[in-house]
Write a protein that binds this ligand. Structure first.
Ligand SMILES: Cc1ncc(COP(=O)(O)O)c(C=O)c1O
Length: 446
């Protein structure tokens, strides 16, 4: 029985059997290096015994206690750890079941704050194109990729977009720095165009996820967008669903730019490392007090602050600290980027290698000189992922906005990856790319 509605002509998914450390095994016994940590989720790898023990302990105590009625040691512990590790004076967390839910909760929290502050006209949320923030109807309005909106367009409110400061594909005549400055100014221009008094928030991924292929902007960009938001009373929301929980070599990717503290941070994925559905919204004590004073947050889900998910999340954060995995992400990320650049020197189809920590990507092109991408009918990323799987490497890829911004492979192994495994990742990718280039030449795509 299929669990997902795939296109009619799509090949069936391979069947997973088990996972351990950075590896997965299919039902035929073939081993794969989990080069993308699933969907950039499994930060502490598979089969972690301590997380399993924490989960079972919580099941023995209580699995469910409704968050609107009960406080639990598990969610108190999780909130305290999260706020401590975020290390930025945040005062409260709200837990949900995943990234999209967390983004939606953050938007509602921002809106309620604005109403509490006597600014009911502020409701627009500016985001970047391209970007990904989730897939429910409300959140589709801020996700900056029309591929996800498609048939649902009449059903949601599309919020304003500003260009993401793409480093490999800046606007004509600009280098990456100049384009980033231009993009920051576009934010200010757009706030004015929309009418400052109508703009509630600006949301962005501080290190891009799959939508931009691990985009990192120049340092000045972060300073500038913080200043712009401050100048115009716009809340700054960082979507750290993918970049948070240590993946970029800091607990929050925002920590790379200390002068740019977001007002609200959204986390999920690595927060529970794939061991339980968990997302979080974190914000300052002042914001929470203001929302509390107007009657509390008008939001909730049955599984909000679920003790089982929070106990798992606390155990995952404990592992990050106990095994010093955040520093490891920084070190292994540098090694991975170095190895990917070596592969790039041999393989013309890699146009760019970028990222921070273990949130990395390799942009794939048909022609490096012109940055031309493969035509849609080539299905280049599907082909490349299939070849990598044959080599024993699981990868994630994206052709954002129908290829308008390029297409890339994510290189995001679990944070527990060893030096030898990073080297193995690069070797397997190199073999897959060699076969991919031969295929592309045979098919006449290059
Ligand atoms: C940056 C970002 N925000 C939000 C989401 C949505 O999270 P979820 O798929 O858990 O709903 C994702 C998922 O990939 C993401 O990468």
């Amino acid at each position: 029985m299929q669990h997902f509605i795939t296109p009619a002509n799509a090949p069936p998914f391979p069947e997973i059997d088990c996972g351990e450390g950075v590896y997965l095994w299919d039902r035929a016994g073939k081993r794969y290096l989990d080069g993308s940590s699933g969907a950039v989720v499994c930060n502490i790898g598979h089969g972690n015994a301590r997380v399993k023990a924490a989960l079972l302990k919580q099941v023995d105590r209580v699995s469910f206690a409704y968050g609107r009625v009960w406080e639990s040691e598990a969610n108190e512990d999780m909130a305290a750890r999260l706020v401590r590790m975020a290390d930025w004076g945040y005062g409260a967390c709200f837990f949900v079941s995943g990234g999209t839910e967390a983004v939606e909760a953050a938007l509602k929290l921002a809106r309620q704050l604005s109403v509490a502050r006597g600014r009911p006209d502020r409701w627009k949320v500016i985001s970047r194109a391209p970007s990904y923030h989730g897939s429910t109807l409300a959140v589709l309005g801020v996700t900056g990729d029309p591929d996800f909106g498609g048939p649902f367009a009449p059903m949601f409110v599309m919020h304003p977009k500003v260009p993401a400061p793409l480093s490999y594909r800046p606007a004509a005549g600009m280098d990456a720095e100049a384009y980033a400055t231009h993009c920051a100014r576009e934010l200010e221009r757009r706030i004015a165009e929309e009418g400052e008094d109508t703009v509630l928030a600006f949301i962005m991924e501080p290190v891009g996820g799959v939508s931009t292929g691990a985009l990192v902007a120049p340092d000045a960009y972060y300073r500038e967008i913080r200043q712009i938001c401050d100048r115009h009373g716009v809340l700054l929301i960082f979507d750290e669903v993918m970049s948070g929980a240590g993946r970029t070599g800091k607990f929050l990717a925002a920590h790379h730019w200390r002068e740019c503290r977001p007002d609200i941070v959204v986390l999920a994925k690595g927060l529970s490392g794939g061991y339980a559905p968990l997302g979080a919204v974190m914000t300052t004590g002042e914001i929470v007090d203001e929302v509390r004073a107007m009657g509390g947050f008008l939001h909730g889900h049955t599984y909000a602050a679920n003790p089982l998910a929070c106990a798992v999340g606390a155990a995952v954060l404990d592992e990050l600290e106990r095994r010093e995995l955040i520093a490891r992400a920084a070190a292994m990320g540098e090694r991975l980027q170095m190895r990917l650049k070596e592969v790039q020197a041999r393989r013309d189809c890699i146009g760019d290698v970028r990222g921070r920590g273990l949130l990395c990507a390799a942009e794939i092109v048909a022609d490096r000189a012109t940055k031309r991408i493969f035509p849609a009918e080539a299905g280049a990323m599907d082909k490349l992922r299939a070849l990598a799987m044959e080599e024993g490497l699981m990868l994630l890829s994206r052709r954002t906005s129908g290829g308008r911004f390029g297409e890339w492979l994510m290189a995001c192994p679990p944070l527990i990856v060893s030096e030898e495994e990073v080297d193995m990742f690069a070797e397997m990718l190199d073999c897959a790319l060699k076969r991919f280039e031969d295929w592309a030449a045979r098919e006449g795509f290059v």
